[in-house]
Design a protein around this ligand. Structure first.
Ligand SMILES: Nc1ncnc2c1ncn2[C@@H]1O[C@H](COP(=O)(O)OP(=O)(O)OP(=O)(O)O)[C@@H](O)[C@H]1O
Length: 366
């Protein structure tokens, strides 16, 4: 599904603008502060009802406006509207009908984001990698969302009991049983996903850069040689002391290593960016292959940190994606010889929060 018309109101410096993206790669170029990332923010809001940077949530709505509103028409004819107000409330409509769950939006418009925070996938806490892994599992298997919600609920209740000071054993047994069931289910779904994803990731990575020693190691969140029930029994005293459950799928990780060291410690900044791009591109190729569903890509300032050779390689990978790509760049020149089929690239100029179509690929300055 691709967006054929996008209308944005009240997002950062965008008062009101609309444009018609193409089905392939869309390049948004313009000066610093023009509003390029704000357009990406708007598409992110449309797909997930929130900003892509937590720190930006408060500044997502344009100064002086009460709300941000993004509306899109998809090539399928579906109309999606998302509105977010200053108190954090959001309203979602699909074909005019209100929709309660953000997960329904996420399901309709699978979205991948590549921007400065994407490095956290390698150098950040396990939570960033779990979020990445679960994006894939969520889109692969409809059972995942319910299992994940069950795990969250039973974990929250177990943790409240741990902190309560007086443990009601029968209550604890109920939550623990739910938690164990959900944990096993989540682990099985994550493992199944990785069996398909990891070989594809290596194929994509090989097209971009030679890193033969790079490996993905899945950690399920508890000792692989014991059952979670056994681990929880053993950790009981410490769980009570800490007031939370130390093991379970909420502690899973997908460690990315070069030999035995963390990839973020060994690889250069540019190499890390290529690994992150390979992870995200592979995830969308996997979704395409398994469910014939395209992914929309938001790519903020791709050329930064990459040499021409790798920009070109990444460009041809991006062109090969079946979903739409929205890419920002201050200067379109580094992207000039980036494309195999320049006629399929749509260029837009962004200026003072307005998006204008630019008819042709601009020539780099001599
Ligand atoms: N809530 C807001 N209301 C009005 N303007 C805002 C708000 N939040 C941010 N801005 C401004 O919006 C402008 C556009 O920011 P944006 O990040 O979209 O620019 P950009 O074109 O991506 O720039 P760069 O190339 O520097 O990354 C900036 O001048 C920023 O200060």
């Amino acid at each position: 599904m691709s967006i054929v018309r996008l209308s944005i109101q009240g997002v950062r410096n965008i008062a009101n603008t609309q444009f018609h993206p193409g089905p392939g790669v869309n390049v948004l170029h313009g000066d610093n502060g023009a509003g390029k990332s704000s357009v990406l923010e708007a598409i992110h809001l449309l797909a997930l009802a929130r900003s892509f940077k937590v720190s930006r949530t408060r500044t997502l709505i344009r100064d002086g406006d009460d709300q941000a509103v993004v509306f899109a028409e998809l090539d399928s004819g579906t109309r999606i509207g998302v509105q977010r107000s200053r108190n954090g409330q959001h309203g979602i409509r699909v074909n005019g009908e209100p929709v309660a769950a953000v997960s329904e939006l996420a399901h309709r418009l699978p979205l991948q984001l590549i921007h400065s925070d994407s490095f956290l996938l390698l150098e950040g806490s396990p939570g960033h990698r779990r979020q990445f892994l679960d994006w894939g599992v969520f889109h692969q298997d409809t059972a995942f969302h319910a299992a994940w919600q069950n795990a969250q609920k039973s974990l929250k209740n177990r943790n409240s009991l741990l902190r309560s000071g007086r443990i009601d054993r029968s209550q604890l047994a109920v939550w623990q049983r739910e938690f164990l069931l959900a944990a096993e289910h989540i682990d099985a779904l994550r493992k199944h996903y990785l069996e398909g994803f990891v070989p594809l990731f290596h194929q994509v990575l090989d097209q971009l850069i030679e890193l033969p020693d790079l490996r993905i190691h899945y950690y399920r969140g508890w000792d692989k040689s014991r059952t979670l029930a056994d681990v929880l029994d053993n950790q009981w005293d410490r769980d009570i002391k800490l007031g939370y459950t130390q093991s379970g799928p909420q502690r899973a990780d997908m460690r990315i290593k070069v030999r035995s060291q963390a990839a973020s410690d060994v690889l250069s900044r540019g190499q890390q960016k290529l690994v992150v791009c390979a992870l995200k591109v592979a995830q969308s190729l996997h979704l395409q292959a398994e469910h014939n569903r395209p992914t929309t890509f938001l790519v903020d300032d791709l050329p930064a940190e990459l040499d021409r050779h790798h920009i070109r390689k990444l460009g041809s990978l991006m062109e090969g994606l079946t979903g739409q790509v929205f890419m920002t760049s201050v200067d379109p020149a580094p992207l000039h010889d980036f494309w195999q089929s320049p006629d399929r690239i749509r260029m837009f100029h962004v200026e003072q929060g307005q998006v204008f179509p630019a008819d042709d690929l601009e020539q780099p300055d001599e």
